[in-house]
Design a protein around this ligand. Structure first.
Ligand SMILES: [Zn+2]
Length: 213
């Protein structure tokens, strides 16, 4: 009986091990930050003024699938931060360095190669237009943007842009689809930040910071 019991426990243990368990590192918890380095980064140009935040959606369902992709040297992509649906924040590249998230890109000032002077935030979302962004996730993005506006990586942040807005050619990227940009309004006003999203050649939304009377 004892032998059968131990065999059973052994079998259950093996079954538990066989289940795909999401690594706890990928979900530090609401508004908490974990550091999981990506090998996919390099130096910014000597004269780069880091003054822009780019928001993305991951086009995948989980934090771990995105983080694992950015951990893989073969992917040749990364972002400085990944924000999970539970409000977890994974930092993968130091903002001092150049992450690889923007691709061929241009901003409204005509500056190209946005990886050089931007901080990239990936928001976990499948890209389904009907999928909502949970409140904890939206708040985590807001907290992260607020933090990046307060500390300065070579320069003050002056604009927050969607990947969709900067992608060249226009229409190459849709992300972050249907993001609630209003959640950043008070932050944009406080720090004098312009927000631009939508396609750069049509349907563009430009929100200039409001001055308090
Ligand atoms: Zn993107």
């Amino acid at each position: 009986m004892k032998i059968i019991a131990s065999l059973l426990i052994g079998a259950l243990g093996a079954m538990a091990l066989a289940q795909p368990v999401e690594d706890v590192r990928y979900r530090p918890g609401k508004f908490k930050v974990a550091w999981i380095p990506s090998p996919n980064y390099n130096s910014r140009p000597e004269d780069a003024l880091v003054d822009t935040i780019i928001l993305h959606h991951t086009a995948g369902p989980t934090t771990s699938s995105c983080v694992r992709w950015f951990e893989n040297p073969e992917s040749q992509v990364s972002a400085h931060y990944v924000v999970g649906k539970d409000g977890s924040i994974i930092q993968m590249v130091m903002p001092f360095y150049r992450a690889w998230h923007a691709g061929v890109s241009k901003d409204a000032r005509g500056k190209e190669g946005l990886n050089n002077f931007t901080i990239g935030i990936e928001i976990v979302h499948t890209g389904d237009p009907a999928e909502a962004y949970p409140d904890d996730q939206v708040m985590a993005v807001r907290l992260l943007c607020g933090y990046l506006c307060r500390i300065k990586y070579r320069n003050q942040i002056v604009q927050i842009l969607s990947h969709e807005f900067i992608a060249v050619p226009p229409g190459r990227k849709p992300d972050p689809i249907n993001y609630p940009w209003d959640s950043l309004n008070d932050l944009a006003d406080e720090f004098g930040i312009t927000m631009m999203h939508g396609r750069s050649d049509k349907g563009t939304v430009v929100r200039l910071p409001q001055k308090a009377n």
